[in-house]
Write a protein that binds this ligand. Structure first.
Ligand code: ADP
Length: 486
């Protein structure tokens, strides 16, 4: 389909125009050449007629010459007789002598002679077919009127001239055909260098659309088509990665949902059979509550993530105390950290930290980061949470002595669905959500980590003054757009 269209467009657009131009040029060549040859033939006849007339006038003036004999002599010995024919025409319109030697002495059709008789300048010409031959003829009334000679007539055949014109025009036509041939050759090479790869790209794109993300295009030339091949390969690679991440995400989320549900179901059954065993009932209830918390945290995270992706996440930005939210998150995890035998310490190096943010979301960010620190640490590990002020920003750092992140994974951990450590539970969207939320408060999240040694996550949130400056910059066109979702 594409092949037909591009080729067709080239045929009509470029070849068609060249063809029309060539036809016009050929017609112009034919007209110019024909006019040139015909008019030069006529010029030659005219100048000869004048020469003959001058001689006739001279003979007529000289009484010592026999006028009629001189005329016959002149006609019969005409110098240019192999190029044209000279005739003497009498008062009755008969050709009395000719340079070809065939005296006709009868009336022949001579439109030029008729024209000369009628014309005030005593000349007449004719060009066309006469007696089965194409000729050019000029008749000139003689300077002296004698009954046996009224006019001289010069006739030349146009067959040779036409032959010459034919040769020139044929050469021009051949040149035109050669031009068209080379155009076809170079054009079809050019078209095939576009159409064939475009067809392949189309096929590969359809394969990718059907889910074959491992298919690749070969970059044959370093041109625009080559760039397109590279772009399509890159697209296939990215789609493949996303598809892989999506599958891993679905499997880890299902696993994440199943684990607490299994625990809740197991403990519910145990409680049902526990009778009056208060200790078992209390232990079971505690597990059920903590597993339910875990579930709702995850579901919240998933919902937020989905709202973020579709741009439906509504933030309530107001003046709040960052420390209050941080303290609440710390409190939520103190008990859990103790149970997991972690050295969990929290330090505040400031009195108040008023920021512009969404209260619940900010707490959620802290919960996420602290949850990760606990999740990726083993018993005996240390977790330090520190809140401090740094210029126009409040900085909360959460350090752990857990498993750490490899340098290859570190740049990717903030991407959605990305999990560097597959041995721990998690959906891979916690950091992505946290990062997006903090960005919408004008802040940032920075992760530093050494594999096997530990991780420090630093959250920076601007104070009210800095937040307002940042907000203005966001709203000024060309300075980052209006991403704010409040
Ligand atoms: P998950 O739900 O898998 O924890 P996150 O988006 O919260 O997803 O984190 C992404 C990845 O970053 C995790 O899979 C983990 O490999 C790594 N990571 C995050 N925080 C830590 C940490 N404190 N220590 C070690 N690795 C971490």
């Amino acid at each position: 389909m594409a092949q037909k269209k591009i080729t067709q467009r080239w045929l009509t657009g470029s070849l068609g125009v060249i063809l029309v131009i060539l036809v016009i040029v050929e017609i112009a060549v034919w007209t110019v050449v024909r006019t040139f040859y015909y008019s030069s033939a006529q010029q030659t006849l005219l100048s000869q007629a004048n020469t003959v007339n001058t001689l006739l006038a001279k003979y007529a003036e000289d009484p010592s010459t026999d006028y009629q004999r001189e005329v016959r002599n002149l006609v019969e010995n005409f110098e240019l007789r192999d190029r044209m024919e000279l005739m003497a025409v009498d008062a009755y319109g008969n050709v009395t002598s000719t340079s070809s030697g065939f005296a006709v002495n009868e009336k022949i059709e001579m439109p030029d002679f008729e024209a000369a008789l009628a014309s005030p300048d005593r000349m007449g010409s004719f060009q066309g077919e006469l007696g089965g031959e194409k000729i050019i003829a000029i008749s000139s009334i003689a300077p002296v009127n004698d009954e046996s000679l009224v006019a001289v007539r010069l006739v030349a055949s146009l067959t040779k001239v036409d032959g010459l014109i034919y040769t020139v025009v044929t050469m021009a036509v051949l040149a035109g055909i050669a031009i068209i041939f080379f155009m076809l050759l170079s054009g079809s090479y050019f078209i095939s260098s576009i159409v064939i790869p475009v067809g392949e790209i189309g096929k590969t794109a359809r394969k990718i659309a059907h889910g074959n993300f491992s298919t690749r295009l070969e970059k044959k030339n370093d041109d625009e088509i080559g760039d397109l091949c590279e772009a399509i390969n890159y697209m296939a690679e990215e789609l493949g990665n996303t598809d892989k991440m999506k599958n891993e995400f679905i499997s880890s989320v299902s696993h994440e949902l199943r684990t607490p549900l299994t625990a809740i179901k197991g403990w519910s059954e145990t409680i049902l059979d526990a009778g009056d065993d208060r200790e078992t009932i209390q232990k079971g209830m505690r597990v059920i509550i903590s597993e339910t918390d875990r579930l709702s945290l995850m579901v919240e995270e998933l919902l937020d993530f989905s709202r973020m992706q579709s741009g439906r996440l509504k933030l309530i930005i107001e003046k709040i105390d960052l420390l209050a939210e941080l303290e609440e998150a710390v409190l939520m995890y103190t008990e859990k950290a103790r149970r997991e035998q972690l050295d969990f310490q929290y330090e505040e190096r400031l009195e108040a930290a008023i920021v512009m943010a969404d209260k619940n979301r900010l707490r959620q960010v802290f919960i996420n980061i602290i949850d990760n620190a606990i999740k990726y640490s083993d018993a005996g590990g240390k977790i330090r949470i520190l809140a401090a002020a740094e210029g126009d920003y409040f900085v909360v750092s959460v350090s752990d002595t857990g498993c750490g992140i490899s340098p290859e994974d570190l740049p990717k951990i903030k991407q959605k669905f990305y999990k560097a450590n597959l041995t721990r539970r998690g959906s891979g969207i916690g950091l992505a959500v946290a990062d997006e939320l903090v960005s919408s408060f004008g802040g940032s999240i920075d992760v530093q980590s050494t594999l096997g040694e530990g991780t420090t996550v630093t959250i920076r949130i601007p104070n009210v003054r800095r937040y307002e400056i940042w907000q203005q910059a966001q709203q000024t066109p060309g300075k980052g757009g209006e991403e704010q979702k409040n």
